[in-house]
Design a protein. Structure first.
Length: 543
């Protein structure tokens, strides 16, 4: 592996073009320069340990390890080399300390969160269990485990729960403000688009202000003055105050995360992002349905139809004859589509929408008619159709997910009085599959009687993690996305629990949510990550 400091290919951009409404008139930044050359690897989640040293995780083939890079000398140091994943590094309590997650894909109970002194190489455990993110502030360590939304704090030998997030899930990163009074957390906001929540540590309060649209939940960073830097779809932005965001580095894809040096004189970003295609596994050979960028949310429908989303702002439908058409989008700036679901005929698609027109919407697959808004709740998501054309969906009320039912043209009504989340519908019996808020239990709910019964097992054999489940359109198959990182797909007949593993993705890739067809074939979007690290020097002023 070679490290080098050179400029991106193409014409050199002027400093004036790169400033683009900088937060401080005195701030001038130079052009981005590439500082790594990993030969197809993924440099991800960079974080400054001091003004010259950047830590990051590097994925190369199936190895995921933490490295540091001295920007002034191009000196690269491999910090970890275990067969486990060591990743999502964080700034420690002092410049010599680097934090990271250790994920054991074979035995998840051996995963832990670690701190390492770079000078001595001594590692110590911060907490046991699989982690999602960690950082340090004011001599304390703040971390989030992957099995919940709890933000925990370790002060000395005392490990306490600080708070539980209500509006953010699938947390991916933590960053601390320079004064140690705030944390920035990224993830999915209210099951919708990626965004940022701010934690006031002293008040134990969380706010999730709207920000520029983010492509991923990658790390954001505080500048030396407390401003927040984050990656938008078209460059790096700074949030100087509520509702005021300005682009400071335009035209870059900083989807792998941003970090600002403590002294405010340098910024780094990762261009690592995922590339994948919609594939149907089980057919011989496996069929590629689409290979465009930023695909997600595949869903199977009656009549051999398949739908998926691109950039969470467009919905595409593929008919049984192989023709693909853009059903909706791209949506307006700030709008995000999610959770597409076919009705029993395959002629309608319901989906959740965020932005200015929040709620559940319905579109006709074979028509060019505008989509119709069915509900107006800002926390409405996960819609599924019933046989009679009504829609069951999840709405968050009183900090808990609740099941609602709506007949198009009428007002939604609470359908079930226990906290539950909709998963899918068995079109053979009209039963709805529900999940408990803690994700540990599955239930069948009968819309006719209103009765609930125990559902299928929550987990596939050998795992205690199920990010996603899906039922085939004819109600024959149930698909589990399982494993510590959701890399395994298990299929079972819905009528009898006979699970079989049908796919395991390589450790170096990730899987989006999945679906299953009437033939028992899995629809997957397997994403491979690659991209390098770039540095931007501040030639005048301070970030």
């Amino acid at each position: 592996m070679a490290l080098r400091a050179d400029e991106p290919s193409g014409p050199r951009r002027s400093q004036a073009a790169l400033i683009d409404n900088a937060p401080d008139p005195e701030v001038v930044v130079g052009p981005p320069r590439r500082v790594t050359d990993t030969g197809g690897g993924c440099v991800y989640a960079p974080v400054f340990l001091d003004d010259d040293t950047v830590a990051f995780d590097l994925t190369k083939a199936d190895a995921v390890d933490v490295y540091t890079l001295e920007l002034s000398t191009d000196a690269l140091t491999r910090v970890t080399d275990a067969p486990t994943w060591e990743w999502r590094s964080g700034r420690g309590a002092n410049p010599d300390e680097v934090l990271y997650l250790v994920t054991d894909l074979q035995q998840t109970d051996r995963s832990y969160i670690a701190a390492r002194q770079r000078s001595s190489g001594v590692e110590r455990r911060i907490a046991d269990g699989s982690g999602a993110a960690i950082t340090s502030a004011g001599g304390a360590y703040y971390y989030i485990r992957t099995d919940g939304r709890e933000l925990r704090v370790l002060r000395g030998d005392v490990d306490d729960r600080l708070l539980t997030f209500r509006d953010i899930e699938r947390t991916q990163s933590l960053a601390a403000s320079p004064d140690g009074r705030q944390l920035a957390v990224t993830g999915r906001i209210a099951s919708a688009s990626y965004g940022v929540c701010l934690v006031d540590i002293d008040r134990q309060a969380v706010s999730c202000p709207g920000t520029v649209e983010m492509a991923t939940g990658s790390r954001v960073a505080f500048g030396s003055r407390g401003d927040l830097y984050l990656a938008g779809l078209d460059g790096i932005y700074v949030r100087v105050r509520e509702g005021a965001e300005r682009r400071i580095v335009p035209g870059v894809r900083a989807f792998g995360g941003v970090s600002v040096a403590p002294g405010g004189k340098r910024l780094v970003y990762s261009e690592c992002t995922a590339y994948g295609a919609v594939r149907e596994l089980g057919s011989e050979p496996a069929r590629f349905l689409s290979d465009e960028d930023r695909l997600s949310d595949p869903v199977a429908g009656p009549g051999g139809r398949v739908a998926w989303m691109r950039g969470r702002r467009e919905i595409f439908v593929r008919s049984a004859d192989g023709k693909v058409r853009n059903l909706l989008g791209p949506g307006r700036r700030g709008e995000v589509f999610r959770n597409p679901a076919f009705d029993f005929t395959g002629e309608l698609i319901a989906f959740a929408r965020s932005g200015a027109t929040k709620g559940i919407w319905v579109a006709e697959v074979g028509q060019a008619a505008p989509e119709r808004q069915i509900t107006y709740g800002e926390s409405d998501f996960l819609p599924v159709f019933l046989r009679d054309g009504s829609i069951v969906f999840t709405r968050t009320t009183d900090d808990s997910p609740r099941v609602f039912r709506v007949v198009p043209g009428q007002e939604p009504a609470l359908a079930f009085d226990r906290p539950r989340q909709t998963i899918d519908v068995d079109r053979h019996s009209d039963r709805v599959l529900l999940r408990s808020p803690d994700q540990k239990y599955l239930y069948w709910w009968d819309p006719e009687t209103g009765m609930e019964a125990p559902g299928p097992p929550t987990y596939a054999p050998g795992t205690q993690n199920t990010p996603d489940l899906s039922i085939s359109p004819d109600g024959k198959w149930l698909l589990y996305q399982s494993g510590p990182l959701g890399h395994e797909l298990w299929r079972t007949p819905l009528a009898a629990w006979k699970p079989e593993r049908i796919f395991k993705a390589p450790d170096s890739s990730t899987l989006e949510t999945t679906a299953i067809t009437n033939e028992g074939n899995a629809l997957v979007i397997e994403k491979v990550w690659h991209g390098e690290l770039y540095a931007v020097d501040v030639t005048s002023g301070t970030l």
